[in-house]
Design a protein around this ligand. Structure first.
Ligand code: CDP
Ligand code: MG
Length: 700
């Protein structure tokens, strides 16, 4: 980084408060400090540096949490650059399935989920002298849990020396000051550059958001906001005004599908413009950004793209709300906010996990606009009216109150929190959500019903795997001798499911693509179809070409590959732990044995082997039994838990052979999608004998 840029940093608003921060941190009577400051004032990048350079570490580390991987990675890289160190040296990061750290690391950026995982091993977080919980206004479930854990460590004097710093851009601090019983608040005033905010005009035709949600037609809504985004982008890039000629554009959309649709529309437009307005020289590059994109693809948004004359090409970044907080993306001059996001909500009585497109909150709108104006003035186009904005909630409902708590509960129990309903969270989840989690975990064998819901040996093993307990139980079971033959298939299937959509199916080519993919399809199972694809991918030397040929998402499959390797690593740990209980001196031999076991299991049997497929299904049922549905006529299936009548999702292979559903009688599904109807996504047909076999096995 050049000298000028380094000097610029010292002009960030936070530096006016440097001494104040140091004094408060060094004050023995203060344990919790709340820092609030506008986006871009320098909290995330500078506070850890200020602490490192001015406060005593006592051989411990500084840990900064972020709700998202991309923020943890990109910010730690930025800070390394500012301090002229290599990443992984003084400054490191650790996110799920990836880390860059060394013995020298003192400033560690992590996702909030990773820090919770560290608690499972070291409940007192004794490696850290300073813990900074950042972007707490996002109220991710992990941040809420960490607030609770840190409060517990401080209030109950388990860590007298720990300093907790909580940071946020926009926040009403009272709630947090009460929760932590502190009045140590630092408000950083002043931001660097102005952002002009525009709303669309009031007009009845313009109202996309109707408060009564049964009114709006879901698909109509989606096509409308995509249209609006497209028009807004075109207005900027076709504008003759000098101020619109340069600067990148960041567009916020709810989900991956919207992003891919808009990407396709934009690329078509590019051709149109070329043909219809030959005089106009328009150069741009569309970059998608969503959670399931592999991180090397995500990181592309941070790099400039040059044309053959060495000039910057304008970037149009289409993102979900993963870019909503924390990130500084260079050269963003325009933010376009669709006003929507995908909200996850769990209904325990019905056992339904929904992912619905909903209006954002006022707070989110502010964060989105804050992605520009970081290095120069910016513009934010809000594609909703002022009136609609006024109807937005102040804040998004905290995640802890609305999501399935199965995973979280297992983690809390393995950290050592026993009575989940009595935990002192800043916002308590509904009681029935924890009760539902208890029920699930007991039926998965992770908790002991008789012994006051104590975590079992199996439960402890499950908590080692950083994935939903449904999948961890399947993976752990796949280590049993009876499943040896299908071990690799099971790990493959779960790895693909972790990385999300591997299919890339542009609407215009649907028919050709379906033909192409026929060779992979197992007509009665999406899971087995995924296995077939992953296997071909894994064995293929020219992976990129293979994906291109079959319209598969190379990035998603790359990510599955990474996850596959990691899962094998975790399973190895579990096996080793099992042996550790035996005799210490034999461990080395046994590790070698495990290596041979895990590496040696390649391509046993053939894939059309009925017996093998049956075994795979049986192993899957051991995790999915709360996701069993029974055929109930007319191509509908009814969920056993929750009794919901559902259709098969149009992306499932089962759609092509409706007769099979009736013939088998049951299916297991990976998730339920709720729009105006309920759909089961990623399904595998099973027989009543298989269901019964599982039940009788489980009763024993
Ligand atoms: O956390 P907060 O929103 O207060 O700001 P920050 O992430 O610490 O960033 C402070 C400033 O550093 C931004 O306004 C940018 O000017 C600069 N920055 C940058 O240029 N590139 C990055 N990758 C991160 C920050
Ligand atoms: Mg920040």
């Amino acid at each position: 980084m050049n000298n000028n840029a380094l000097k610029q940093i010292l002009f960030l608003p936070i530096y006016k408060y440097k001494q104040d921060i140091i004094n408060k941190i060094n004050d023995e009577n203060i344990n919790v400090i709340i820092i609030i400051g506008e986006t871009g004032c320098g909290k995330t990048t500078q506070v850890p540096k200020i602490i490192y350079e001015n406060c005593s570490l006592e051989n411990k580390m500084i840990c900064i949490t972020q709700p998202r991987r991309i923020a943890a990675i990109s910010i730690s890289e930025r800070v390394s650059e500012e301090m002229n160190r290599r990443i992984g040296d003084l400054i490191g990061y650790s996110v799920r399935f990836k880390e860059k750290m060394s013995k020298k690391t003192k400033i560690k950026y992590v996702t909030d989920g990773m820090l919770i995982r560290e608690c499972i091993i070291d409940r007192n977080l004794s490696k850290y002298k300073y813990i900074i919980l950042d972007e707490i206004h996002e109220r991710s479930i992990h941040t809420d849990i960490l607030m609770m854990i840190c409060k517990d460590l401080i209030i109950n004097k388990k860590r007298k020396d720990l300093k907790l710093i909580i940071m946020s851009a926009t926040l009403n601090p009272k709630k947090y000051m009460d929760y932590f019983n502190t009045n140590c608040l630092l408000k950083i005033e002043g931001r660097k550059y102005p952002v002009k905010v525009y709303n669309i005009e009031e007009d009845n035709n313009n109202n996309l958001i109707n408060n009564n949600d049964s009114y709006y037609d879901y698909y109509d809504l989606i096509s409308k906001y995509i249209d609006r985004c497209l028009n807004c982008i075109l207005q900027i890039i076709l504008s003759d005004k000098e101020e619109n000629k340069e600067g990148d554009i960041l567009v916020f959309l709810p989900g991956q599908e919207d992003i891919e649709d808009l990407q396709e529309l934009l690329l078509n437009k590019k051709e149109e413009i070329k043909n219809e307005l030959p005089g106009k020289k328009i150069e741009f590059m569309v970059l998608p950004l969503f959670g399931s994109l592999p991180s090397n693809q995500q990181m592309k948004i941070f790099r400039p793209i040059k044309n053959k004359f060495g000039k910057n090409i304008r970037k149009i970044i289409l993102s979900t709300n993963i870019a909503e907080t924390s990130l500084t993306i260079k050269n963003i001059k325009f933010v376009i906010d669709s006003g929507f996001f995908k909200k996850r909500k769990f209904y325990p009585k019905l056992n339904i996990d929904t992912l619905k497109i909903e209006p954002i909150s006022k707070n989110s709108a502010l964060q989105r606009s804050g992605r520009t104006g970081r290095e120069s003035p910016g513009n934010c186009y809000r594609l909703y009216t002022k009136e609609e904005y006024n109807n937005f909630d102040e804040n998004t409902e905290p995640e802890i109150k609305r999501i399935n708590l199965r995973n979280t509960s297992l983690q809390l129990l393995s950290i050592g929190y026993n009575n989940l309903n009595n935990i002192d969270f800043i916002d308590k989840p509904p009681k029935e959500n924890f009760n539902n989690a208890y029920e699930d975990l007991i039926s998965l064998g992770a908790l002991d019903k008789e012994e006051n819901h104590k975590i079992t040996e199996l439960g402890k093993k499950m908590s080692i795997l950083p994935i939903d307990p449904i999948y961890s139980i399947i993976l752990i079971n796949s280590l049993n001798d009876e499943y040896t033959e299908v071990f690799e298939d099971i790990v493959s299937i779960i790895s693909v499911l972790q990385s999300d959509n591997i299919f890339y199916t542009p609407n215009s080519k649907k028919e050709i693509i379906e033909k192409l993919r026929e060779k992979f399809i197992d007509p009665n199972s999406d899971h087995l179809t995924l296995r077939n694809i992953f296997k071909e991918y894994k064995n293929n030397k020219n992976k990129e070409e293979f994906c291109k040929e079959n319209y598969l998402n190379d990035k998603a499959l790359q990510k599955s590959m990474e996850i596959y390797q990691q899962i094998i690593g975790y399973l190895k740990k579990i096996k080793i732990n099992e042996y550790k209980k035996d005799e210490e001196k034999e461990i080395k031999d046994k590790i070698e044995q495990i290596d041979r076991y895990l590496n040696g299991l390649k391509n046993l049997g053939t894939d059309n082997n009925e017996i093998k497929n049956k075994l795979i299904k049986e192993c899957l049922i051991t995790g999915y039994f709360n996701n069993i549905s029974k055929y109930s006529g007319d191509n509908f299936f009814s969920t056993i838990k929750g009794n919901q009548l559902c259709k098969i999702h149009p992306t499932s292979v089962l759609i092509k052979n409706p007769k099979l559903g009736k013939q088998y009688g049951y299916l297991i599904f990976n998730e339920m999608i709720v729009t105006s109807k309920k759909y089961l996504k990623c399904c595998t047909l099973i027989t009543s004998q298989q269901v019964e076999k599982y039940i009788s096995k489980n009763r024993k």
